[in-house]
Design a protein around this ligand. Structure first.
Ligand SMILES: Nc1nc2c([nH]c(=O)n2[C@H]2C[C@H](O)[C@@H](COP(=O)(O)OP(=O)(O)OP(=O)(O)O)O2)c(=O)[nH]1
Ligand SMILES: [Mg+2]
Length: 127
């Protein structure tokens, strides 16, 4: 079971989502920025590190919204979705093909990674 932490960064009713590069697994799918938790690292530390590495953003982790387990057939993941606040940094795409600040209600029109689909539906309906 691979443990993954992902960030839900909301600003002015919009949420930051990122598109995976074609060379990655799950090519071209949309996701919340984040990545695999390293040994000896807390979930919050992982979130801060991943957002710095992937987008050059300094974030402050907020509440854990939900944990989702998903079997991709061959490997399974446990994704912890955290709210996060972007403190500073100019966003720069280091690993993703694209990033979009989407309206919450438009979230469902993006082709997300399988593990995220239920969560995305819930988030799109949330206030
Ligand atoms: N970042 C992220 N990964 C997700 C999400 N949903 C989901 O199933 N995953 C899966 C895809 C990957 O199999 C795994 C970790 O993804 P990752 O590619 O971001 O890991 P990483 O940043 O540490 O990258 P790497 O060092 O392994 O290249 O979690 C999500 O919303 N965000
Ligand atoms: Mg990642």
């Amino acid at each position: 079971m691979v443990k993954v932490v992902a960030a839900v960064i909301e600003q002015d009713g919009r949420i930051l989502i990122c598109r995976r590069r074609n060379k990655d697994g799950s090519a071209g799918k949309w996701e919340f920025p984040g990545g695999k938790q390293e040994l000896g690292e807390t979930e919050q530390e992982c979130l801060v590190r991943e957002l710095r590495e992937e987008l050059c953003l300094v974030v402050r982790p907020g509440e854990k919204i939900e944990t989702v387990r998903h079997d991709y057939g061959g490997f399974s993941v446990e994704v912890a979705f955290y709210r996060a606040e972007a403190l500073c940094g100019e966003m720069k795409l280091m690993v993703h093909a694209d990033a979009v600040w989407t309206q919450k209600k438009e979230l469902c029109s993006y082709d997300f990674l399988e593990a995220d689909i239920g969560f995305v539906r819930w988030l799109a309906e949330s206030k």
